[in-house]
Design a protein around this ligand. Structure first.
Ligand SMILES: NC(=O)c1ccc[n+]([C@@H]2O[C@H](COP(=O)([O-])OP(=O)(O)OC[C@H]3O[C@@H](n4cnc5c(N)ncnc54)[C@H](OP(=O)(O)O)[C@@H]3O)[C@@H](O)[C@H]2O)c1
Length: 283
C-alpha cells in the first residue's frame, strides 16, 4: 500500500512507520505539510501517488484549545475537511483520528459508535466538527476515534507519557497523585497502528472506535503501570475536582470497539497495552 502520512513524527505516526514495514510510506514533516496552511495540503495530496492518506496531526492540547478556538477549528475541522475533499476528488482513501472527548461523559458504559456525541470542551467541539464535515462528503473516509494515546515517542506537546511520569515519580521516591473518578480506555499507539492496518484491509467507512479494551480509572491504570515496572505502589488517589485544568473533560469516556469487533478485529486489553509499551520502550 502506498501511504501519505501526515503527522508521522507523533506517537501514532511513529508506530505506523515502525510497524507497516510492507508498505511504502511517505511522511513529510510539519514544516512541509502544515494543517494550518491549506495550500500545503493541496500540494501534498495533489503531488502524491499514495492510495491512502492518513492524518495523525491535530491540535490536541486540550487546555490551549479553550483559548485558541479558531486555531482548533482550523486544524481539527477545516483542514480535515479539506484533506477529505482532496482525497475524495482523487479516489484516495482518507483516514483521520478523533477522540473520546466528543462525548460528555454522562454515562456508566463504554460509548459505542451508535452513541450521540455531545462535546463539553473546545477541543471536543473542534474534533466533532471535523467528524461531521468529513461525514457530510459521503466519501469512503474513515474517522477512527481513540482515547488516551501513549507511545514510545512521546507527543511533542507533552514531552512524556502518563506512564513515564508515574514511573519517574515512583523512582524518584515521590508519591504521585492520580484521579480515581475519571474512567477511560488508555491506548498504546503500537496496538492502534496494528489495528488500523487490519481495518484498512476492510471496506469500512465512517466512524470506528479503536482503543485498548476495558474501562479503567487513571488511578488503576497508574497502579498497574507501577506493578508491571516492578515498583512499589506510591500513589494517592484524588478526585477530579482536586485536579486543576483549563478545559472540562468527560468523567467517563471509555470507548467500546463495537464496529472493529464486527469486522473481526480485536485489540488487546489495557493491561496488555502497558506490557507492550514497557517492552517496546526497553527495546
Ligand atoms: N494523544 C492522545 O491522548 C489522543 C487521544 C485521542 C485522540 N487522539 C488523536 O489521535 C491523533 C494522533 O495523536 P498523537 O498522540 O499521535 O499526536 P502527537 O503525538 O501529538 O503527534 C502529532 C503529529 O502531528 C504533527 N503536527 C502537529 N500540528 C501539526 C500541523 N498543524 N500540521 C501538520 N502536522 C502537525 C506533529 O509534528 P510536530 O511535533 O513536528 O509539530 C506530530 O508529528 C490525533 O488526531 C489526536 O487528536 C489523541
Amino acid at each position: 500500500m502506498r501511504v501519505l502520512l501526515i503527522g508521522g513524527t507523533g506517537q501514532l505516526g511513529t508506530e505506523i512507520r515502525r510497524r507497516w514495514s510492507a508498505d511504502t510510506i511517505v511522511a513529510p514533516g510539519h514544516d512541509w505539510v502544515d494543517l494550518a496552511v491549506p495550500t500545503s495540503l493541496d500540494t501534498a495530496v495533489g503531488d502524491s501517488d499514495a492510495e491512502v492518506v492518513i492524518n495523525c496531526a491535530a491540535f490536541h492540547n486540550v487546555d490551549r484549545c479553550e483559548s485558541e478556538v479558531e486555531t482548533a477549528l482550523r486544524i481539527n475541522a477545516v483542514a480535515v475537511e479539506r484533506l477529505a475533499e482532496l482525497c475524495a476528488q482523487r479516489g484516495k482513501r482518507f483516514v483521520t483520528f478523533s477522540t473520546d472527548y466528543v462525548f460528555d461523559g454522562a454515562t456508566e458504559w463504554p460509548y459505542s459508535e451508535h452513541d450521540c456525541p455531545h462535546p463539553i470542551s473546545a477541543y471536543g467541539v473542534s474534533k466533532y466538527t471535523g467528524e461531521l464535515l468529513v461525514e457530510r462528503l459521503r466519501s469512503d473516509a474513515l474517522v477512527v476515534r481513540t482515547c488516551g494515546v501513549y507511545g514510545v515517542r512521546p507527543s511533542a506537546t507533552k514531552g512524556y507519557t502518563f506512564v513515564d511520569r508515574v514511573i519517574a515519580q515512583a523512582r524518584a521516591g515521590e508519591r504521585g497523585r492520580v484521579v480515581d473518578d475519571v474512567i477511560a480506555s488508555p491506548t498504546y499507539a503500537g496496538h492502534l497502528a496494528v489495528a488500523l492496518r487490519a481495518l484498512l484491509e476492510t471496506s469500512a467507512r465512517g466512524v470506528v472506535h479503536a482503543c485498548n479494551v476495558g474501562p479503567v480509572s487513571w488511578y488503576d491504570f497508574a497502579a498497574e503501570a507501577l506493578r508491571q515496572a516492578g515498583l512499589e505502589l506510591s500513589l494517592d488517589a484524588i478526585g477530579s475536582g482536586e485536579w486543576k485544568s483549563g478545559a472540562r473533560r468527560p468523567r467517563y469516556s471509555a470507548l467500546e470497539n463495537a464496529r472493529l469487533r464486527e469486522l473481526g478485529i480485536t485489540m488487546p486489553d489495557w493491561r496488555a497495552g502497558i506490557t507492550a509499551y514497557l517492552a517496546d520502550r526497553r527495546a
